[in-house]
Design a protein around this ligand. Structure first.
Ligand code: WQD
Length: 346
């Protein structure tokens, strides 16, 4: 039997792409999801891509006894923890929701694992945590290294950093626990099949899904949040990383931890920056039509520029992002044009 990998939030955007990459790498992923920010239709799409009917445990990571029963049932070799909430603006308006879901959910999961292990019902699984580059806030310099100062600038970022700190304490108490923290930059794109992709509910907060919805006719035009930043074209620069590269980074992290690699904290990015207008123009090339936009005021909290220094991930995991912005846009467009209403139309 190939090692079982438990994916909390595995029906979500990054989780579902990681499911595919894990199957392709010879693992047996199991999804744990409450479908609060994902759609059950993704399970059929995953079956079509992988030829494997996903095993899915439907429930909430906050239900500690139930999560313990899931860990006991599946005895995972590793757990990848995606489940959580991730809208920066919403976290400012609803900080307690973010602490409950992100910190409370992680605590519940970790306690459920500890209880199952202490009961002798499961081996101590390697643990991979989905963190974010926004723990760095507005960096002093780019590219951003893991040693950069930590300046979480939103409740969302603070919750992710709090979980990182909680994991650090857990490892001190249990030195045998191998924990990998992955700080994502800007995940975009979709599986090349066009069968799974990003499907935000409501008005997209993030650039790529908004551009994609303009291109498919769901939105009238893009608002470019500021063109007076100190950047070559005045618009914000970010490190967009193809979600399949990101998923492969998770496989490399699981593989390293299972091979005995001590824990790590790594930036997952391409090491290249792209501006808002770079993304717009790349998307126009991908979809073959104009993406109308208007310049709007800067968005509060946005920084001018940040992109990763991914050297440590390359050294430690032998992983690096391979896909460029044009491929990110082409794959986004294939998903969006094939699924104009996302999974709801499935
Ligand atoms: C990118 C650029 C905007 C929308 C956020 C979170 C981060 C991570 C990724 C969770 C910026 C500009 C955007 C629009 C625009 N999420 N923009 N018009 O803010 O870098 O990161 O998402 O982990 O934690 O902070 O991504 O896609 O929102 O913005 O001009 O309608 O696009 O100003 O320059 P961001 P984003």
């Amino acid at each position: 039997m190939s090692p079982t990998i438990l994916l909390t939030g595995g029906a979500g955007y990054i989780g579902s792409h990681t499911f595919v990459a894990l199957v392709e790498a010879g693992y047996t992923p199991v999804i744990l999801d409450n479908f609060s920010n994902s759609h059950p239709a993704v399970l059929d799409r995953l079956a079509r891509i992988t030829g494997m009917t996903p095993v899915c445990e439907r429930g909430d990571v906050l239900d500690t006894p139930w999560v313990q029963s899931v860990v006991t049932r599946h005895t995972p070799a590793a757990v990848v923890h995606f489940a959580g909430v991730k809208a920066v603006g919403e976290s400012v308006a609803q900080p307690l929701k973010y602490y409950r879901q992100n910190v409370g959910g992680s605590l519940s999961l970790l306690q459920a694992i500890e209880s199952a292990v202490d009961a002798g019902a499961a081996p101590l699984p390697a643990f991979v945590f989905s963190s974010t580059a926004t723990v760095y806030g507005d960096p002093d310099e780019v590219p951003v290294r893991e040693s950069a100062p930590l300046r979480p600038s939103s409740p969302y970022a603070q919750t992710k950093l709090t979980v990182e700190e909680m994991l650090g304490c857990a490892v001190v108490a249990r030195p045998a626990w191998r924990v990998g923290v992955l700080r994502y930059f800007n995940p975009v794109g979709a599986h090349a099949s066009g069968l799974i992709g990003e499907d935000p509910s409501g008005i997209p907060n993030n650039l790529m899904p908004f551009v994609s919805q303009v291109a498919v006719g769901r939105r009238e035009r893009l608002s470019v949040f500021g063109n007076d930043y100190p950047t070559p074209d005045g618009t914000g620069i970010r490190d967009y990383i193809h979600v399949q590269d990101l998923a492969e980074g998770h496989v490399a992290a699981v593989r390293a931890l299972l091979a005995g690699q001590p824990g790590f904290t790594l930036n997952l990015g391409t090491g290249k920056g792209s501006s808002v207008l770079d993304v717009v123009h790349a998307f126009e090339r991908a979809c073959g039509r104009p993406v109308p936009y208007q310049v709007a005021p800067r968005r509060p909290g946005d920084v001018a520029e940040y992109f990763a220094d991914p050297a440590r991930a390359r050294e430690l995991l032998g992983w690096q992002a391979r896909r460029g912005l044009d491929e990110m846009c082409a794959d986004s467009w294939r998903w969006q044009s094939g699924n104009p209403a996302g999974y709801a139309g499935a």
